[in-house]
Design a binder for this molecule. Structure first.
Ligand code: ZN
Length: 315
């Protein structure tokens, strides 16, 4: 009864068109679902993933153009690592530089080469080279060739006020084990800690608490293969006094949420049923999809959403 890696990461963007242009047009990820925030249906919810929307490949956004920028600090997921194949960082450096996206110098972390940069709204990202096997389907219509395409979520980094309480939840509730330490970061892994099964934590006791806003991660979701595993991990969260929510049907998966002791929001998301449950797998993300209980309000929801055009593709 443990999680099996990262299911998705949800972050906060500002302008929805800029968000689409960056993740589809530049990073070459597929928009596999164009929906709305189920708790705030006047806001989009965009899901960017591999060609078929495998769990573990999925970076999603709530674009809230009028929200203030977030403040980095403790109690937040402060960076998202996306997996790319070995030896592809030169391609990516050149692709990002060609459109004026500033990158930091490539770094070596835990023996892996990573390229750090920010998205247009300040979210900290790295592309991490990995040779680990991953569930991945290339997207034929991506502006990025299959050999260089992003393979999915590699790892997340959390900045925390203290180590012990969060580490206890990672270990006792989610099933992570401590794998290594590098440059002040503690690396934890599940099922051996390959790509997509990694969480890194740094303690910054003198850093003020972070604040969510544009450019910050909203939550990290962890994979559970089925409802029974979700119930088992949820029970462990409850036993650890984390007050998990009831199971919420997100239609493409079922979710449970809780705050870890440092203040970051975690989710347990089932692998199924997946993004093809309510639209043709060949046409994912092309039209606005609403969960059934919002369908009666479609006209009003569509009228309230800011219009967006097809993502602008950088060849
Ligand atoms: Zn989520």
């Amino acid at each position: 009864m443990t999680v099996h890696g990262i299911h998705h990461v949800t972050a906060i963007a500002a302008d929805p068109q800029e968000n689409l242009d960056f993740y589809v047009g530049l990073l070459g990820m597929r928009l596999v679902k164009r929906s709305v925030n189920q708790d705030d249906p006047g806001t989009y919810h965009f899901f960017f993933a591999d060609g078929t929307g495998h769990p573990g490949t999925d970076l999603t956004f709530f674009p809230w153009p009028h929200l203030a920028p977030g403040r980095p600090g403790t109690g937040l997921t402060t960076e998202v690592a996306l997996a790319v194949p070995a030896e592809t960082l030169p391609y990516w450096s050149e692709r990002l530089a060609a459109v004026g996206v500033a990158t930091d110098a490539p770094e070596e972390r835990f023996g892996e080469r990573v390229l750090p940069f920010s998205d247009p709204h300040g979210l900290r990202l790295v592309l991490a080279e990995t040779g680990d096997a991953r569930e991945f389907t290339p997207w034929d219509e991506s502006p990025v060739p299959p050999a260089q395409q992003i393979r999915g979520l590699h790892a997340v980094r959390l900045t925390e006020p203290a180590r012990e309480a969060t580490e206890g939840v990672l270990r006792d509730v989610l099933g992570f084990t401590h794998v290594a330490e590098d440059a002040g970061w503690q690396r934890y892994g599940v099922e051996g800690g390959g790509s997509g099964k990694i969480l890194e934590l740094r303690v910054a006791p003198d850093t003020p608490r972070g604040r969510m806003g544009t450019g910050t991660v909203h939550h990290v979701a962890f994979r559970v293969p089925d409802d029974a595993t979700q119930a088992g991990v949820r029970a462990k969260a409850e036993a650890a006094s984390l007050r998990p929510t009831p199971v919420i049907d997100r239609f493409w998966f079922r979710s449970v949420y809780f705050l870890e002791p440092g203040g970051a929001l975690f989710e347990l998301a089932t692998d199924g049923p997946g993004f093809a449950v309510d639209e043709d797998a060949r046409h994912l993300g092309e039209r606005l999809i609403l969960p059934p209980w919002l369908e009666p309000n479609r006209a009003g929801i569509e009228a309230a959403l800011p219009p967006v055009a097809a993502p602008r593709v950088r060849a």
